[in-house]
Design a binder for this molecule. Structure first.
Ligand code: FAD
Length: 388
């Protein structure tokens, strides 16, 4: 039985149209830095379509739809440009954290803004010396009257410039040996803009090979005051556990983004193979190319179905670390493989900047690195299998 209903297909058709009309025409210009980042006009239009609120309840101004719809939206937007399909990842992470662990007051204050796209958020978890090993992070949150003072360095905080709130993981227990048991999550308010402009938060973007359209920042936080009502939940030192319980949503969405990038590369190379002639016939009639197309389509569909399956598990209300981990590993691999083969099918033109396939290839490379590396996903999968 297919997990995809007519409603899902209708939603897909609408997002596909949006991508074709709004994103595809400027994707190359965003990639080549003709814009500083994704134009705000596009973000506004995405918000009007409700894309930021797909999975959030209607009571918080979301669309109240399922994770399969979210996967479809993410996949279709990422076919246009990976960074556009990624803008909402941050809201999903922060929003699901708040939904599961926030107080009633926090849900009311933050969720409607996140669901409608009025507030952008950015995740400040990674640090220069603390990536996969979250328990080793050292950014400090010191309790003072009425709140906390944050000090430390964060790395790779994507979209920090445009964010109205940074979702910061910081150490509320100064004893470093407590590791992941001493962390809390804070909503740090700031002004959005083209660059970071805050008296106590400084930041510089890190140049990257792909994923253009959103900048990822190294940040330094110096005596940043956060009111106590902006610590997610009511209890200190729950941050790591809160994060782990909600990571699966962001990983699922990331897996769907990978499927979108792979599909875009596949579509382009399929069409090219029908048009490009060598040895007196279209290259699609040479067996080696037909094998490639067949293998690419098979890997791509396997990844997509695993994403929908993991999404359906999430929709049924069950924890789906195992399935979301599998979907992320599989789709990251499929995206790298399919974009590589698409480039091969285009031959020299695949390596040129004249066609978008080299962009798909560069963008695909990051999927196995962010939102938990593939190595860490394999750990998550193995842990889940071995604990049964
Ligand atoms: C473009 C981009 C955007 C990003 N955006 C954000 C963001 O918005 N917010 C944020 O907080 N972070 C963000 N990140 C950071 C990202 O989440 C980290 O890069 C990732 O978690 C890995 O951490 P690391 O880079 O420090 O690598 P490390 O943790 O140092 O890992 C290096 C290598 O060792 C492997 N490794 C580490 N531990 C183990 C282990 N136990 N077993 C096996 N292998 C292991 C890793 O898989 C990797 O191959 C972003 C990264 C990139 C590239």
């Amino acid at each position: 039985m297919s997990l995809i209903t007519n409603d899902h297909e209708e939603f897909r058709a609408a997002v596909r149209k949006f991508t074709q009309e709004e994103i595809v025409p400027i994707a190359e210009d965003i990639d080549s830095y003709k814009y500083p980042d994704i134009p705000q006009e596009i973000i506004k239009k995405m918000a009007e379509q409700g894309y930021f609120g797909v999975i959030f309840p209607e009571e918080y101004d979301g669309l109240g739809l399922d994770y399969i719809t979210l996967s479809i939206v993410s996949e279709e937007l990422s076919k246009g440009l990976l960074s556009v399909g990624s803008v909402m990842t941050r809201g999903i992470l922060t929003g699901t954290l708040l939904l599961a662990h926030g107080t009633d007051d926090q849900k009311k204050r933050f969720l409607p803004g996140i669901a409608t796209g009025e507030f952008m958020t950015a995740a400040a978890f990674t640090e220069p010396d603390s990536g996969s090993d979250t328990g080793s992070m050292i950014t400090k949150a010191t309790k003072v009257d009425g709140g906390y003072i944050l000090n430390g360095s964060k790395a790779w905080c994507t979209y920090a410039n445009r964010a109205h709130y940074l979702t910061v993981l910081a150490r509320t227990d100064s004893d470093l040996s407590k590791r992941h048991k001493g962390l809390s999550i804070f909503m740090v308010e700031k002004e959005p803009g083209e660059d970071i402009d805050h008296p106590n938060i400084k930041g510089e973007p890190i140049p990257t090979v792909g994923y253009h359209g959103m900048k990822s920042y190294n940040l330094s936080l110096e005596d940043v005051f956060v009111p106590e009502e902006n610590m997610i939940g009511t209890e200190e030192n729950r941050g790591f556990y809160q994060l782990m319980e909600t990571y699966e949503a962001a990983r699922l969405q990331t897996a769907a983004r990978a499927v979108g990038v792979a599909q875009a590369a596949f579509d382009f190379s399929l069409q090219y193979s029908k048009e490009r002639e060598q040895f007196g016939k279209p290259i699609s009639e040479h067996q080696a190319i037909r094998m490639k197309l067949s293998e690419m389509a098979t890997e791509l569909e396997a990844a997509r179905q695993l994403v929908y399956y993991a999404a359906s598990m999430k929709d049924s209300g069950k924890r789906c670390d195992l399935e979301a981990g599998m979907a992320k590993v599989k789709s990251a691999k499929a995206a790298e493989y399919v974009t590589r083969e698409a480039m091969q099918i285009l031959g020299g033109y695949g390596y040129s900047k004249e066609f978008p396939v080299e962009r798909f290839w560069r963008d695909a490379r990051v999927i196995s690195i962010f939102e938990g590396t593939s190595e860490i996903q394999h750990e998550v999968i193995a842990k889940s299998l071995l604990s049964k």
